[in-house]
Design a protein around this ligand. Structure first.
Ligand SMILES: [Zn+2]
Length: 216
């Protein structure tokens, strides 16, 4: 336990940051970090400001966990993200307001801004709806996140992944910013001007060669 205390605390800190920044409300969000034999993930039904490192749940790669702990109801899709993306060591999920609104519209965010490439492609896609906490939702998430580092979820929220928790949190903020821009642009026109794929290719290459800002 003691050797993962710092990782566990970083999850709690990120949850508190998500709410303080307005990215998330209540306990709607959940966060996981890859560890040996599975992941550490936020528990179910404990307010972030009451969470202690011991409350963070170790879910093994086979989906099993200790008897006296209950992981977030979304542990299945967190595990699916870590399985689908070998470049991801952290998964952030929340119900960020603008990202959720775009998900409700079922409009993938197109290349209205070059930062769309931070998701790893030409758009930020929207995955189909399935009831929260179900294996069906985990299957949809697995398919979507295999294509992009971040996705929107119909009538639900967003998921962002990263090599580190800081990068996943950074991407979550970027996606929410893009979603807000997209909704505002849609007030003016149904067909916003977009960058051509060739330019997004250039940006994707730049992100590859220079890397995204490392925060830790
Ligand atoms: Zn959710």
């Amino acid at each position: 336990m003691s050797d993962t205390t710092e990782i566990r605390q970083s999850i709690i800190d990120a949850c508190l940051e998500m709410n303080a920044s307005g990215l998330n409300q209540g306990t709607a969000g959940n966060i996981s970090i890859r560890v040996e034999d599975g992941m550490l993930i936020t528990p179910s039904g404990i307010a972030y400001n009451q969470m202690t490192p011991d409350d963070i749940v170790h879910v093994r790669a086979d989906g099993s966990y200790g008897n006296n702990q209950v992981p977030s109801s979304e542990w299945r899709f967190h595990l699916a993200c870590l399985e689908a993306r070998s470049d991801a060591n952290a998964v952030v999920h929340n119900h960020a307001h603008h990202s959720t609104c775009v998900g409700i519209l079922n409009h993938p965010i197109p290349a209205i801004h070059y930062m769309v490439a931070a998701g790893g492609g030409y758009d930020i896609p929207v995955i189909d709806y399935a009831t929260y906490g179900t294996p069906e939702l985990a299957t949809l998430v697995r398919e979507g996140i295999a294509q992009r580092k971040a996705i929107l979820m119909r009538h639900h929220g967003m998921i962002a992944t990263g090599a580190t928790l800081a990068q996943a949190m950074w991407l979550a903020v970027e996606v929410e910013t893009l979603a807000r821009m997209y909704l505002e642009v849609l007030q003016i026109t149904d067909t916003p001007p977009c960058l051509p794929d060739a330019e997004i290719d250039v940006v994707l290459k730049k992100f590859e060669s220079y890397g995204l800002r490392e925060k830790n």
